[in-house]
Design a binder for this molecule. Structure first.
Ligand code: ADP
Ligand code: GLC
Length: 505
């Protein structure tokens, strides 16, 4: 870090962070970005709800203070994010968070009925610790919030003269935290927030609007998605607001944790390998074929997919092209869980093609690593993808990604007919386009030297967090400049400030 780069005090609030608790890519980001910022000497603290898994994962949690907020008794527990030097503060409120399993869904697979209360409290704690009435001596200059679960925090701070600069990161605009007016009223939020410029959204409230309307800076997790969400096709009804705040919106590509995802030192895989020792890779393919009951054959093109089985991920397209993949002699392995109808359809296809299609329903970090190390192709036909991490893991593991040209996939995977190509890209989310890309993949597979060249290109890409962490630093600097500007605007000669005015521009 150069002498000139400032060191910021940052409160980083997220609803999940690997390895304490994870449902998707947000956890990977909230686990790795704070560590990358810490490595650059920033004074960062990670705030998470104290779900049972998170508590258990925190070695020797210590008491960090108690207070009452929004009608709840809250205790803070502090520790370190495992494997890092990042301080973690867990928001302990057993009535809301002491539930095992998925942080957002109950055992019936439906959202917990009190999610509004749960994440309103979490947002309130973030705002409380960051604002003028904080019981902490340590006060952040930057409050960095992620997704709807933290969206109320920037809104709650809007009228606080001592508020920090706020940054709101959109990981997925489709999840908005929408609740009824009755819920808004029950939460006891300032009445001024019930307005179209604030939280109100088509007669409901949307937590995410708190972040979008009130944060000093908004960003999303790839430059491509930052452009797409300004359009009605990808804006999920919020594109108008985002266009209004376009000057404050940017895109920063996620990184990946290159220590956790390192084919040369991965404890989960059968045989370590690297771009220079590519031949060692095939032992992983054979091991996976054996383990999953697929026909063991190194010459067959093995495709894989790992992820949430939801409409976003284009699972329907995958199912649609699967018979044609079989006709072409390919194999497929799928790991994931999600909507029951997708799980059932994939399991049915696995029964139809024994020895050629393997489907594992569930969540397994180890299996995800083994799939990346074994597959020749990694399929991501997502209809939209704010960033996507799996294609970056795939690049690093030499499993050539085959992706729909959208969002972060289009920013990381290239097929332009150039020497630098690192995967396969199809233009529209249509089975015909995907199949054409699969045929291009098969044609390249028939030319082993050309395939290996593309694999080496893929493995050469540097998607470590270092670069993205520097971009976040620059974003924090811009948020602080905005904060300074709004402070001077709040102190006009005649006094008088606007109550709860959303940020403009
Ligand atoms: P999203 O956040 O939309 O789910 P990302 O590609 O950003 O998509 O991140 C998904 C993360 O979750 C990756 O680290 C991926 O490996 C992991 N993941 C998703 N489903 C599973 C699963 N069933 N087993 C293991 N890891 C999974
Ligand atoms: C979201 C997006 C995914 C992104 C992840 C982490 O869950 O769906 O594309 O990679 O967040 O930012």
């Amino acid at each position: 870090m150069s002498e000139a780069t400032p060191r910021y005090r940052i409160l980083f609030a997220a609803s999940e962070a690997w390895p304490l608790i994870k449902t998707g890519g947000l956890a990977d980001v909230a686990g790795a970005l704070p560590a990358a910022l810490k490595a650059r000497h920033h004074d960062i603290r990670l705030l998470l709800p104290a779900y049972p898994e998170a508590r258990e994962g925190l070695a020797q949690p210590r008491a960090g203070g108690r207070f009452q907020l929004g009608g709840y008794a809250v205790e803070l527990l502090r520790g370190k994010l495992p494997g890092t030097r990042v301080p973690v503060w867990l928001v302990d409120c057993p009535a809301l968070f002491a539930r095992p399993g998925n942080p957002y869904l109950g055992p019936d697979g439906r959202p917990w009925p009190d999610n509004a209360q749960r994440f309103a409290l979490f947002s309130r704690v973030a705002a409380h610790l960051a604002g003028g009435a904080s019981p902490w001596r340590w006060r952040p200059e930057i409050l960095h919030c992620h997704d709807w679960q933290t969206g109320l925090a920037p809104a709650l701070l809007a009228d606080d003269a001592e508020r920090p600069a706020s940054v709101f990161t959109i990981h997925n605009l489709a999840y908005q935290g929408r609740f009824s007016y009755a819920t808004f009223a029950a939460l006891g939020l300032p009445e001024a927030l019930w307005s179209h410029e604030a939280l109100e959204f088509h007669g409901d409230m949307a937590f995410i609007k708190g972040g979008l309307a009130f944060a000093h800076r908004i960003n999303t997790v790839s430059p491509g998605y930052a452009r797409e969400i300004l359009t009605p096709d990808f804006g999920c009804g919020l594109d108008g607001l985002l266009r209004h705040r376009k000057a404050r919106l940017s895109g920063i590509l996620n990184g990946i944790d290159t220590r956790v995802w390192d084919p040369a030192r991965d404890p989960h895989i059968a045989a370590p390998f690297s771009a220079r020792r590519l031949a060692a890779r095939s032992a992983n393919k054979v091991a996976l074929q054996k383990a999953l009951g697929l026909k063991v054959d190194d010459r067959v093109l093995l495709a894989g997919n790992v992820g949430r089985m939801v409409a976003q991920k284009g699972i329907d397209l995958l199912c649609e092209v699967l018979p044609a993949m079989m006709e072409r002699g390919m194999q497929l392995v799928v790991l994931g869980s999600g909507e029951a109808h997708f799980e059932a359809r994939l399991q049915q296809l696995a029964r139809r093609y024994p020895g050629r299609v393997a489907v594992r329903i569930g969540y397994s970090e180890a299996m995800a690593h083994r799939i990346e190390a074994a597959c020749d192709l990694f399929l991501m036909p997502s209809r939209f993808e704010p960033c996507g991490l799996n294609q970056m893991y795939s690049l690093r593991y030499g499993a050539l990604p085959l992706v729909h040209r959208v969002g972060g996939l289009a920013d990381t995977v290239f097929e332009r007919g150039e020497d630098s190509d690192n995967g396969f890209v199809f233009p529209r989310p249509l089975a015909a386009d995907m199949l054409a890309a699969l045929d291009r993949a098969l044609a390249l597979w028939a030319r082993p030297a050309a395939w290996r060249r593309r694999q080496r290109n893929a493995m050469r890409a540097d998607h470590s967090w270092r670069h993205s962490a520097m971009e976040y630093e620059a974003l924090y600097a811009r948020a602080l400049a905005d904060r300074r500007a709004d402070r001077s605007a709040m102190e006009p000669a005649g006094g008088g400030k606007t109550v709860l005015a959303p940020e403009t521009g």
